[in-house]
Structures are given as C-alpha cells and as structure tokens.
Write a protein that binds this ligand. Structure first.
Ligand SMILES: [Cu+2]
Length: 201
C-alpha cells in the first residue's frame, strides 16, 4: 500500500513539474514579433509628417552595440513605394532608419502612396529570423488643406489604443494560463500529500 502511494505521489509530482516546465518553455520561446500600431492599413494621412507607432513582443528593444545577443533587437524602418525584403544574414544599411524608440516621425513626406517596412534586427543590424520579425503597412499621404481633418486623427488614435489593448489582453491571457497551471499543480501536490499522510499508515 505504501509503495503504491509513493508511486502515485511521484507520478503526480512529475506531472506537475513537467507542466510547469512546459508553461515556462512556452513563455521563453515566444518568437520576436513587431507590430505597426500606426499608421493603419489604407489610412490617408493629411500633411507631410508620418508618425509611426511600433509594438515589439518576445524581444527586448535596445540600441545597437555591434553585438549579437539573443533576445535583443532594435527597429529598422524603410519608407518606400514597395515592401522591402532584407537579405537573411546581411546587416541593414544606412538607407534604413535604425531606432530603439517605439515612435518615429518621417518628415517632409511628399503626397503619395507608401509602403512602410519594419524589421527587427540584432545589435549588428542583421534581421532576426522568423516571419513575425517583420511587418508592413500601406497608406497614403495628401497635402493638408488648411486645418488637418480631426476625424482622421481621432480614428488613428483609437486604432492605436485598440491595438495596445489587444496586446495587453493577450499578455494577460498568457499570464493567467501560467498562473492556473501553477495553482492546479500545487493543489495536486497538496492533495497527494494529505492522502499520503492520513491513509498511508
Ligand atoms: Cu540597426
């Protein structure tokens, strides 16, 4: 009887430990991802300034220091008329904007259609692997006539906030899942401990 209880105990314990390891592993292997929170796809921007809002997950954004460190990257922006496809393993040059800020403003932009390409790259400016390390957005700019239309501005702000909210919700969900696993595991161990203590004499 004692032996069976011990077996059950260790089986449950290993289940608990492996579920924890799984949850932890999942959190750590989140692929680096960049999202363009603004401008939004199809947006028409009035005026000659384009303010770009960026969100990065699964990676720490830090100024380039010439080193490759796993999990550290900075943003690279290219404003053009077509999507840019950087060559794998090759550093991005000076024709890209290199920044560690989540906000960047292009100035003196002529009216027209644009494609913004954003790429996460390491301290050596070499693009990170994975499809989520790159994002693009298409939009247009037009010459501002008098005052900029407030409707467009409000819409853009709402969109940015909505995106941010969605990201927050996603993070909370992941966190909640992890916490739930922990609680279930602890309850299991407690139940087994009680069982072993009272029924195993
Ligand atoms: Cu760079």
């Amino acid at each position: 009887m004692k032996r069976i209880s011990s077996l059950v105990f260790f089986a449950l314990l290993s289940l608990f430990v492996s579920s924890l390891a799984l949850a932890h592993g999942k959190a750590e292997t989140t692929a680096p991802q960049v999202l363009i929170a603004g401008p939004s796809n199809g947006q028409v921007i009035s005026g000659s300034e384009i303010t770009v809002d960026l969100i990065a997950t699964g990676v720490t954004i830090q100024k380039a220091d010439g080193q490759h460190v796993d999990g550290i990257a900075h943003f690279h922006l290219f404003l053009g008329t077509e999507e840019m496809t950087p060559k794998a393993g090759e550093p991005l040059g000076k024709d890209w904007v290199h920044t560690a800020e989540t906000k960047y403003t292009f100035k003196d932009v002529k009216p027209g259609k644009y494609v913004l390409t954003v790429v996460l790259a390491d301290g050596k400016h070499v693009p990170l692997e994975g499809a989520t390390a790159k994002a693009t957005v298409q939009f247009a700019t037009e010459a501002s006539v008098g005052q900029p239309p407030p409707a467009t501005e409000t819409k853009k702000e709402e969109h940015t906030m909505e995106q941010g909210k969605k990201m927050d919700e996603k993070m909370m969900q992941m966190h909640n899942q992890h916490t739930m696993l922990l609680v279930i595991g602890l309850l299991l161990v407690a139940a087994v401990a009680v069982y072993v203590f009272f029924f195993n004499k």
